[in-house]
Structure formats: C-alpha cells, structure tokens
Unconditional design. Sequence first.
Length: 370
Amino acid sequence: MSSDDFIVTPWHVEGEIDYDKLIKRFGTEKISNQLLDRIEKITGELHFMLRRGIFFSHRDMNFILNEYEKGNKFFLYTGRGPSGHTHIGHLVPWVFAKWLQDKFGTNMYFQLTDDEKFYSKQNLSLEDTKKFALENALDFIALGFKPEKTKIIIDSDNINTLYPIAAKVAKKINFSNTKAVFGFSNETNIGMIFYTAMQSAPCFIEDKPVLIPLGVDQDPHFRLTRDVAPKIGKLKPALIHNIMIPALQGPGGKMSASDENGTVYTTDTPEIVKKKIIKYAFSGGRPDIEEHRNKGGNPDIDVSFQYLRIFFEPDDNKLKQIYEDYKSGKMLTGELKSILIEKINGFLSVHQEKREKAKDQLDKFLLDNS
Ligand code: TRP
C-alpha cells in the first residue's frame, strides 16, 4: 500500500480515504446538488448530514424517488455487526434512517448479524455476539423509530425468515465472485463465504423497492446483491453511503468498537467521555499557545471539530463560527474540546435514559418468526 493509498472493505478499513477516488473505485455516484434539491423538494428540508456531505454517495436514489412520486413506497433497511458496545459512529446511519422514516413514512428493518461477527472475530463466541446484538438493539430503539413500522432482525433468531431468501441469493453467487470482492482465501471459514447471502436477505423481505443507508465500507456486499437481484426476479436495492467516522486518535481508519480508547461508547459516563476526549482526541492545534494564537489551528484534521460537524452540532451557523475561531487561533484546542465534551454528554444523558426505557420496548421491535 503506497502512502496515498487506502483500503475500504467491510472487514478492513485502512489509510486516509479519498472519497472521490472511492466513488470511482466502487462505481457509485456522488450525491449531486441536483439530487439534494430533489430530496429537499420532497422532504421540505435537508438533513444536515446531507448538507455537509456526511452522506456523499449513492446508488439508484433517483429510482427510489421516482417510485415514491408515483405513489410506490419503498422501505428502509440497515444493520449492525454486534462485535461490541455501540459507539457514537454507529449512530450516524441510524439517525439518518430515522429521519428518512419520518419524512417518507416508511417501514424499517434493522439487521443484527451475530453470525457474521462470530465468523469474523476470533475472540468472540456466538453467545457474546448475541448478547451484544441485544445491547445494540437498545441504542437503535432509543433513537425513536416507530414501533409499528420497525422490525429488528437477529440472524440467529430469525433464520426461519431469512434462510429461504438467503438460499435463493446464495445459489447465484459463486466462490470466485465473493473472492474477488472480499479477497477471501482457502483459509477463510465457509460461514464468511456464505455470509453475503445473509446480509442480502432483508433487501427482499418485502416486495417493494428498498433504500439502505449505510457506511460506505458495506457497499461491496450490496454490489453482489445488486448483481443477483434481477437473476432472482427482484429489484436492485438502492443505497446511500456515509463517510467513515474517524477514530479519536485521528484520520485514517474508522472507529473500531474493539479499541476502547479510540471510541466513545453510548454507555460511557460523563467522566469517561471527558477523559477520552481530552486525552485521545486528535488535535489540529499548534504545539504551544503562542503559535496557535498566531498561526491558528486546522479544524479540517481536528477530530473534535469533525465530531461536531458529523454529529453533534447540527446548527450550521454555530459550526461555522467554531470553524473560523479555531482556524484564526482565537479558539484554543482545550476550548474546542470543552464544547465537544458538553455536546456529547448532553446527548448521552438523554440517550441513556431512552436506552433504559428501550428495555421494555424490545419485544415490540423484535421480528417474530411465526
Ligand atoms: N455487516 C454490517 C456490519 O458489520 C452489518 C449489517 C448487516 C449492515 N446488514 C446491513 C450494515 C445493512 C449496513 C446495511 O456492521
């Protein structure tokens, strides 16, 4: 891998990602201003994640909107590989999906792939990943999805529903297809080799178009799904991709749920959040105050600023002010970090309360197999 190169696959993200290059490499489409205008016309407003290019790429969004305007409702689908507790990066596509559900009045399916993380992580048992699946479900529910329009699928629990669809998909994917897409070898366990069929299955759970908001690292699975769809008489899933959320320690790589210090969990206490941000959040500031005041900081590489941009400061004017103050040197790194800490802790105190309440709602959301 050369210094300007990067890797993005569902199981491995490395290097500094050039998103325009990634769009070319994956063969997706950049979200154009024209598409943004179209979405705004229908929804009445643009979510800040669209305005700021946090969602930057898509496949077949225009098809979804065409169908919607003809009166054909689509449904939403996204998921999570339960390899640990939920961190704030995971919430990005979920918060956006919630907005889509509200604006378009759609059904929503959320897949928790306990099987996938059991296959892909050496140190996790199937019992561990199942336990995390139920934990992660609470964070998802806490975001306010409509219980009457939302179902949570846990692979190992809902196999009755998934398997007949997965089998149809699996028959149309051969080993060289998956190998080419994921770089599998002869040592790869056969659960992994079959797994794309499992992640494809919810795309066909209703006989309607589906839109999937997702981290761009998950695109390779659905490339295969989209190839298979016409072969089994189904519509191709449409996708809308978000950028990878940087780890606290800085750009290059996504937040990993297994790196305790690189991540803020939804279950972290205010003290832990404070400690992590102060100690680990990569700073775009200058080495000393005098130099910072004179030359200014670099908000574009500053992780605290990026977290505000990606998630915690929806107000464009406030964000712009912070950007300018930091860049001019008027605002110091410590001050920027304080703003972020306050925002995260404000968000988490509400979220954690809703997460507790979600425990009583879990049964309503879990897909039942009958
Ligand atoms: N493989 C995803 C992960 O590791 C989980 C997942 C399942 C998913 N279905 C999905 C993600 C659909 C996005 C969209 O997190």
